[in-house]
Design a protein around this ligand. Structure first.
Ligand code: HEC
Ligand code: HEC
Length: 376
């Protein structure tokens, strides 16, 4: 998971760089492999006339440049190019107590992850009680839909604590990544480890417990050895082959091409949640809805809303007026459009300026128009 998230961050930098100069680092082994230029980590492309084929855009060949921003500076790239590895590579010095983490958590995280990390609608839980107990097994985590496997939260699932440090530092709080100091990240990690009831060196983490780099590296995650098959190490390929050759290890344990379901097919994911009273109820129809001929065009504000505002306005869980909730919007609309625009652009309490985006004012106004249109 963390690999792909990191790649996502890096690809954002790549877009900013808008050229391949990003990869022309001092580390030659990274730039060249087997005489070919390495472009995106894993893939290699043949070099022609000193340039990488297929992938390469030669801006100089164009009379006018693409004018897509500017190249990211070395410092900008370094600022985001953070790895924190299980062996401590990339983990800086620092310290923070459980108590400090608790206060920070209440201030910066609980609005989404809920009190004590129990998770909210659409936001992952950060603990499910004692990480050593409360489930059948910590092994066989690779088998999807297997209720013998671990509950998929940090304490019960993640094999390395280093990912937690890295994830919080580079990705959280969601609207303001990279805003936390190293000490704050240590404090938050201390708090999250404590609510998962994970011990460090046999010691429980009480409020006064101060986490630092040395102690952090002593954290042994309960699910450290739970990743079956073991795909690392010299027997990795063999292990994986053996595991996947035995079809009892995955799916419903039988190979089949037709009449695979006995009785009514169930959606594993939905049935697994234990929730059955969805409103509106889940459709049992299998065909796609028919396209309406000449239906109304999509509102111009909808795209931005979906991408940048729905995270908070899609529910009323965080005090944001929910899209389409007429009652919640009525008193706000009464203030007049100018006030609504102003609050959306400059922020209001839990409403971050421009919803945390850096879009032009006109775009934000368009989205407000869309939200208001849905509340009428
Ligand atoms: C505005 C909402 C929001 C806030 C505030 C927020 N988070 Fe998150 N957090 C998310 C979302 C959404 C995800 C899931 C992201 C994904 O899976 O791509 C997430 C994921 C995480 C995860 C990974 C959980 C997992 O099991 O995959 C951790 C750890 C985490 N957040 C910690 C924090 C901490 C610590 C803070 C406070 C400093 C914080 N978050 C503040 C929305 C938020
Ligand atoms: C991090 C969560 C969050 C995001 C993201 C967010 N909002 Fe909000 N928004 C809120 C909250 C909370 C309120 C209620 C604030 C209050 O009344 O104290 C609010 C209120 C508003 C209001 C009503 C203001 C008023 O005067 O009553 C508008 C309009 C609005 N948001 C527009 C947007 C738009 C447009 C976006 C996306 C570009 C957006 N919001 C993204 C949390 C968010």
């Amino acid at each position: 998971m963390f690999k792909s998230y990191r790649n996502m961050l890096l690809s954002a930098v790549v877009v900013a760089a808008a050229s391949t100069t990003l990869f022309a680092g001092s580390d030659a082994s990274r730039t060249y492999a087997n005489g070919k230029k390495v472009i995106d980590g894993g893939s290699t492309y043949p070099v022609k006339k000193g340039m990488t084929s297929l992938y390469h855009v030669n801006e100089k060949a164009h009379k006018t440049s693409f004018k897509l921003g500017r190249s990211a500076t070395k410092d900008e790239i370094n600022a985001w190019n953070i790895d924190v590895m299980p062996d401590g590579t990339g983990l800086p010095e620092g310290h923070g107590t459980v108590e400090e983490g608790d206060a920070l958590y209440d201030e910066k995280c609980s609005s989404c992850h809920a009190d004590f990390g129990t998770g909210g609608a659409g936001y992952p839980a950060l603990q499910k009680g004692n990480a050593y107990e409360g489930q059948k097994s910590l092994t066989n985590q690779r088998v999807d839909g297997n209720d013998e496997g671990p509950i998929r939260v940090f304490g019960t699932y993640w094999p390395h604590a280093s990912t937690l440090w890295w994830y919080i530092k580079t990705g959280m709080p969601h609207p303001h990544p990279m805003s936390l100091t190293d000490n704050e990240v240590y404090a938050l990690c201390a708090y999250i480890v404590s609510i998962n009831e994970i011990k460090i060196d046999g010691e429980e983490l009480d409020d006064d417990y101060e986490l630092n780099r040395k102690k952090f590296l002593k954290i042994v995650m309960p699910n450290k050895d739970g990743f079956i098959p073991k795909i690392d190490g010299k027997n990795g390929v063999e292990n994986a082959r053996k595991f996947f050759n035995d079809f009892k290890n995955y799916g419903n344990g039988t190979r089949c091409m037709k009449n695979c379901f006995k009785g009514k097919p169930v959606l594993a994911r939905i049935s697994g949640t234990g929730i059955s009273d969805y409103q509106p109820p889940i459709s049992e129809k299998k065909e796609l809805p028919k396209k309406k001929a000449g239906g109304a065009a999509e509102h111009p504000g909808k795209k931005v809303y979906d991408a940048s505002c729905a995270v908070c306005h899609g529910t009323d869980a965080m005090g944001a007026p929910m899209l389409g909730d007429k009652k919640a919007w009525a008193p706000r609309i009464k203030q007049g459009m100018d006030t609504l625009y102003d609050h959306a652009i400059h922020g209001l309490n839990g409403m971050p300026p421009k919803g945390g985006t850096s879009l032009p004012d006109a775009k934000i106004k368009e989205v407000v128009d869309y939200m208001v249109s849905k509340a009428k």
